[in-house]
Design a protein around this ligand. Structure first.
Ligand code: PEP
Length: 259
């Protein structure tokens, strides 16, 4: 992780109302400012529901906050008869930096397969957004010892069609499904094993410079108490944080894992 800027991204999922969302962003910014957090050393992103993005944009712009924000999903299309979908064009106009694609909850509840995820990643890049592409195995796969092969197959399919330039900018999040929202965190060695395998595969799929540039995040029950040991792994470049990102002090402590 030495040459890559770590990214700590808070996935709020379908939580917080409008007031709570703006309050959380302000409080997070103040807390990190008080701690003299260097955003160039550890990048900080919040990923609110779509309906909060406009307010978050207003706050970030008005107060010149250094944190960035993103969305939790995006349409594979730019416009048209896709009721309920959100175009990457809309997100780009809201100043969005990142877009999560292929989160396990979308793969599970909305039956998104790797082809859909790849189409969404391409759609995000088409508007200058950076996709955070999520991959990771379920408990049955882990118990069968097939987690590396399974995750790499997901990776291959989810990055299909990206150019080398796009691939060099993508963020990959390894999120073992059995660790999401369960309180059961992967060991640092488990996280390292799969994140390293992802990086090796990026080299095979694209180039050694892509492998060296891409940030591979770990996600799954990250808390202030376990983040440092996970971040100490050479191929882990940050965290995608669910539950713990809703608590300002806890998320700020995760961001400040080095202090
Ligand atoms: C997530 O959903 O991306 C996630 C990592 O959730 P949690 O941190 O709550 O396990």
């Amino acid at each position: 992780a030495t040459t890559r800027t770590p990214l700590m991204a808070g996935n709020w999922k379908m939580n917080l109302d409008h007031h709570q969302a703006t309050h959380l962003v302000q409080k997070l910014a103040w807390t990190l400012k008080d701690a003299r957090h260097e955003f160039t050393s550890v990048e900080v992103a919040v990923l609110p529901p779509f309906t909060d993005l406009r307010s978050v944009q207003t706050l970030v712009d008005a107060d010149k906050l250094e944190l960035v924000y993103g969305a939790q999903d995006v349409s594979a299309h730019t416009s048209g008869a896709y009721t309920g979908e959100i175009s990457p064009v809309f997100l780009a106009k809201l100043g969005v930096t990142y877009v999560v694609v292929g989160h396990s909850e979308r793969r599970q509840y909305h039956h998104e397969d790797d082809a859909v995820v790849a189409a969404k990643a391409g759609s995000a890049f088409g508007q200058g957004l950076v996709p955070i592409v999520c991959v990771g195995e379920g408990l049955d796969v882990r118990r069968a010892g097939e987690h590396v092969a399974y995750t790499l197959t997901q990776l291959d399919g989810s990055l299909a069609g990206l150019t080398e330039d796009q691939a060099s900018k993508v963020v990959v999040a390894y999120e073992p499904v059995w660790a999401i929202g369960t309180g059961e965190v992967a060991t640092p060695e488990d996280a390292q094993e799969v994140c390293a395998a992802i990086r090796t595969r990026l080299g095979e799929l694209f180039s050694p410079s892509v492998a060296a540039a891409v940030r591979v995040l770990y996600g799954g029950s990250v808390k202030s108490g376990n983040v440092a040991s996970i971040m100490a792994q050479p191929d882990v470049d940050g965290a995608l944080v669910g539950g713990a990102s809703l608590d300002v002090d806890e998320f700020a402590a995760i961001v400040r894992y080095q202090s």
